[in-house]
Design a protein around this ligand. Structure first.
Ligand code: URA
Length: 231
């Protein structure tokens, strides 16, 4: 691969933009400026400047974020900032996007990537990737409501009923719910369907990947896609 090709694979812009980065002395091999676009390189040794930030060549980006409350998952948010605003500019430029969405008033584990196949594999209903939610309710949770969450629940405009795979009562206002689908507002609608309401909602696990205690709201780390544990 040439230095130009290495840059072109990073979503920084057109061939012309990549040539300008190289010409301006903003592309590096092992930390040394290289101004030859046709220089053969091991891409892993390439770094470059993008919008003033030093970026490392990466084949794919997979990120675990602790989504804070008050952020939208859309790239074109309507009323609140986008979670993408918490990432370096280069990740937005190369099309990193959330795998599934969390509501603006839901916090917790969000995986983001620029790998379309990974998005497909995590979100495809046939994959049944489990997601764990910690739910705080407005009203005390009753045994009937717990049983209701495990039974089939019809939600408006959904083709098939949904149900929780596991429900664990933490205390009278807190329940841990495992579901393997990602319908719109699913947890809130399930709680409403059994006669309660969600006060707080946080996702703590997707597949095998758990949100670490020391990853604070708004922080993110690069992860290996294998840690999600897809078969
Ligand atoms: N279910 C919801 O209701 N909201 C979320 O953000 C995720 C799951």
């Amino acid at each position: 691969m040439t230095l130009l090709q290495a840059l072109q694979s990073q979503g920084v812009g057109s061939r012309k933009v990549c040539l300008a980065i190289i010409d301006d002395g903003e592309a590096f091999i092992d930390g040394e400026v290289c101004t030859k676009p046709k220089q053969k390189v091991d891409p892993e040794r390439v770094t470059f400047l993008f919008e003033g930030e030093l970026c490392t060549w990466q084949e794919r980006v997979v990120i675990m974020m602790h989504k804070p409350l008050g952020y939208e998952c859309s790239a074109r948010p309507q009323f609140h900032p986008s979670v993408l605003a918490l990432l370096p500019a280069i990740y937005r430029a190369r099309g990193v996007q959330p795998i599934g969405r969390l509501d603006v008033d839901t916090s917790g584990l969000l995986i983001l990537t620029d790998d379309g196949q990974l998005i497909h594999r995590v979100t495809h209903p046939k994959r049944h990737v489990p997601k764990v939610y910690e739910v705080t309710t407005v009203d005390p949770i009753t045994p009937e409501q717990l049983a209701g969450l495990m039974s089939e629940i019809e939600l408006n405009d959904e083709p098939r009923p949904v149900h929780a795979l596991e429900v664990a009562l933490i205390d009278v206002y807190n329940v841990r719910l495992v579901i393997d689908e990602g319908r719109y507002h699913q947890v809130r609608r399930m709680l409403a369907a059994v006669g309660n309401r969600v006060d707080k909602l946080a996702r703590t696990r997707v597949g095998n990947l758990s949100l670490p205690d020391d990853l604070l709201a708004g922080q993110w780390v690069a992860i290996d896609e294998g840690s999600i544990g897809l078969s």
